[in-house]
Structure formats: C-alpha cells, structure tokens
Design a binder for this molecule. Structure first.
Ligand SMILES: Cc1ncc(COP(=O)(O)O)c(C=O)c1O
Length: 445
C-alpha cells in the first residue's frame, strides 16, 4: 500500500530508479524510451553530466538563500544568459518554480502594470479555447480546456475566450490559410471591443499549442495580426511558452518563428530540463520600468523563487543547449522525426494529421480520415495508447478532447534534443505497435 497520493489512485505507476540518456529505467530493470520528455520537459535526456555536476557544485556552495534577503550568482548569471539570448526587448526575468507559477505571475504582473500606470480599469484577460496554461486557479481560469475547467468553474476568475488557430479542424474549405488566420485573429479585436478596450489587460496564448491539442502551430501571419491588435488597443501580449519554448521548436523562443516579441513570456519545463523545478516570466523593458518607476515592488513572491540550485541547473542546461549546438540539431532531427512519422502514419487510416515543429510533434487520430470524425470519447483511445506504449517501453504523451475538450484524441511527442536516428526508428516502431494494439482493443482495425 502506497502512502503517496498519486495522480491517479487506481493504478500504481512503475518505480523510476535511474535515467540513462534518452531512457528511464524502472525498478525491474525495464527501459523506457522517453519520446515525450515526460511532458516536454527532459530536453537533455536524463543523465547530462554537466548539469548533474552543476547541481552538485551548487549544493556544496549554497543550497538556499531567501530572495527577500539575498540574490545569488546562479540567478544573476541565468537571467543574464536568458536576456542575452531572448528576442530584443525582453529585459528582465522573474524566476518561479514551474509553469503554472509562471502564468500566475504573468497575470498578476500584467494587472499590476496597469495599476502602476493608473489604468486601474484594465482587468479583463482574454485567452483561447483549447489552450492549457496550468492547474492553479488563475492559470486554469485563462486555460481553455473544458474538461479541466468544469469541476472548478465556480471558483475560477472571470476570463474570456476566443477560438484557437487550429487549421486542420476549423479552417473552412473556402478559406486560404491566411484568410482563416485573419478571421480567428480578428476575434480578438471583436472581443476587446465588446469588453471595452480600456478594460482589457492582456491576451494570453501558446505560440504552439501543446497538451490540449497536440503540437498545433498557428497559420502564417496569425500572431503578427494578434500583435497588431494588442498594440492598437494597448493590451499586453503574454505568450505561454512553458511547453513550446526553450528550443523545443528549434528556436530558443517559439515566438522567434512568428516574427513577434511579446510583452511577457512564460517559460518552464525545458528551462531546467527536469533536473530542477524552475520557471520564469521574462518581461519587456516597459513592464519592468513601470514597476521600478512606480511602487518598486511586484506584489507577488514565493519562498522558492530564484532557488540557487534550480538556477544553477538551469544555467548548465541553457549553456549545454548553446555549446552543443542543440537548436540547429532540433530542426535537423525534428525533420527526421517528421519524415519518419509521415512514412509510418501518413497513410494510416486512423491518423488524420501529423503536425508540429522541431522536436514538438503531434498526431491526431480519427475514426474516419475523409470526414475527420473523431472516435467515441468513451473508448478513451488516448489512454489505451499510453498504456500500450508503456508496455512496449515507450513514453509518449497522448491526450483526449483535442477538438473541443471532449472529442478527439492525439499523441504528443517531444523527445530529448539528443535523440538519434536509431531512437526515432524505435519511437515510430513502438508507437505504431501501440496505436494498432489500442485500436484492436476497441475493435477497430
Ligand atoms: C503551455 C503550458 N503552460 C503551463 C503549464 C503548467 O506548467 P506546470 O505543470 O509546470 O505548472 C503547462 C504544463 O503542461 C503547459 O503546457
């Protein structure tokens, strides 16, 4: 009998005891190829020597110093490194311990920015359906995943949602990609006007949608239009790059590939690559200056923010990404992964779409390719695929509710940046086996 309150109380997961490159080894000696980095976390695999050494060195020096009293060298160095490698204009880093905390901090910071400027009526947040921004109450409120929100709806703060940019599902046949992008981006302007532009604080979106929809990229031009609309109405743009950032799509920040710079960007997961829990909000100069030139104090804070060991680990991770040329590698091996997925699943009768960017790839499953009809959600196909994959020694990240929070199944892949061609062959092979076995178990071939 376990005393751990596990994520699911009906099943006991295997005991992970060791990490070895792209694999995790359990207490029975079974090896699992980590094709999703857990949930797009472990971008350097599970045993990077320099990161491990950096953690040991930091513990020997200083384990913890509360940020109400001290700063630390690792925090200062990591912030310098991030600012040096971020798009121009992002100038200050507020450290936290994970993705949800980063989103919470970004929402409060956006609000306080307007309070400092005397625009106290700006209180509304707009987000998109089919997004995930975390499980704390503020992050869940802006999140657009219906099943995650439902039980907690009475507790959520007011937030407003517009359509996602999800061309495979929602582009009309009579629209070009550009027209579609413009139509859904313009929903933001309509919503701002409906609420009253002087009352809207910020719009938040994932540049590439991760957990809820499976590596959905926006159509070209969508985010430039979003940036224009925000600028026109003085609304802040918060990008949630918790999952898609830190090199996952082949650039350190996913927004670099959209040609825009946000006012605030949330990062986590790949920031510490799982070696330590860490997240951050990076902010544009004008946000920082509004606080510095106003009250001086961002009215927030957690005990563990800027934790020296987490910052030391993260700095080593970020240095490894640069020194080992991993951003270029993500693009290169990401193409290899995409080709392998298309080879194996491009003509699969129950795969409707293979999508994504870099080492962030998604597969959407359908009952019928021509009508894109999803499977009956009661079959829980995504959960069956996860179990079949684990059986075969493969970690992937399947999800349900892809289309609207209820319907649809997808699989998210986000392997470590050190993945090799032979691992990709194994991933595709085991995944194919898992999908086919899951389909068979629901009597679909
Ligand atoms: C886009 C995005 N934002 C926020 C979060 C929440 O991060 P965390 O689980 O570290 O709190 C996640 C987690 O999956 C995420 O994918």
């Amino acid at each position: 009998m376990t005393h751990v309150f596990h994520r699911h109380t009906h099943t006991l997961p295997p005991v992970a005891v060791r990490g070895d490159g792209v694999e995790i080894i359990d207490s029975t000696g079974k090896r699992y190829l980590d094709a999703s980095g857990g949930a797009a976390v472990s971008c350097l695999g599970h045993s990077h020597p320099k990161v491990i050494q950096a953690i040991k060195d930091q513990v020997d020096q200083l384990a913890f110093a509360h940020t109400a009293f001290f700063t630390s060298r690792p925090a200062e160095q990591l912030a310098d490194h991030l600012v040096a490698h971020a798009p121009d204009g992002l100038e200050a880093v507020y450290f936290v311990s994970g993705g949800s905390e980063a989103v919470e901090a970004s929402l409060k910071l956006a609000r306080q920015y307007f309070v400092e400027k005397g625009e106290t009526q700006r209180r509304h947040f707009i987000a998109r359906w089919q997004s995930y921004h975390g499980n704390t109450l503020g992050a869940l409120s802006v999140g657009g995943n219906r099943w995650r929100r439902e039980p907690f709806a009475p507790m959520l703060i007011e937030a407003h949602h517009i359509s996602p940019c999800f061309a495979y599902r929602f582009r009309r046949d009579d629209e070009s990609e550009e027209e579609y992008g413009r139509r859904v981006a313009d929903e933001l302007e309509e919503k701002i006007e409906e609420l009253g532009p002087e009352t809207v604080a910020a719009f938040i979106a994932e540049p590439v949608v991760g957990a809820t929809a499976g590596a959905v990229t926006a159509v070209p031009g969508y985010f430039r239009r979003i940036r224009e609309i925000c600028d026109r109405h003085g609304v802040l743009l918060i990008l949630d790059e918790v999952m898609c950032g830190m090199g996952r799509t082949g650039s350190l920040f996913a927004c670099e590939q959209e040609g825009i710079v946000p006012d605030l960007v949330c990062i986590a997961k790949g920031l510490g690559a799982g070696y330590q829990p860490i997240g951050a909000v990076m902010v544009a100069q004008h946000i920082y200056e509004a606080i510095r030139g106003g009250s001086g104090l961002f009215q927030h804070g957690h005990t563990y923010l800027g934790h020296p060991i987490a910052c030391a680990a993260s700095l080593a991770v970020q240095q490894a990404i640069q020194e080992e040329g991993l951003l270029a590698r993500v693009l290169e091996i990401g193409d290899v992964l995409n080709d392998a997925l298309l080879d194996r699943f491009g003509n699969h009768r129950h795969v409707g779409d293979v999508r994504g960017r870099g080492l962030f790839r998604g597969i959407e499953l359908v009952a019928d390719r021509s009508t894109k009809q999803p499977f009956d959600p009661a079959l829980k196909l995504h959960a069956r695929i996860k179990a079949e994959a684990m059986e075969r020694g493969l970690i992937c990240y399947p999800g349900g509710g892809t289309i609207d929070g209820k319907l649809g199944d997808h699989i998210l892949l986000a392997p470590p940046f050190i993945v090799e061609k032979q691992h990709i062959d194994t991933i595709v092979d085991r995944l194919g086996g898992a999908i086919d076995a899951a389909l068979q178990s629901v009597q679909v071939r």
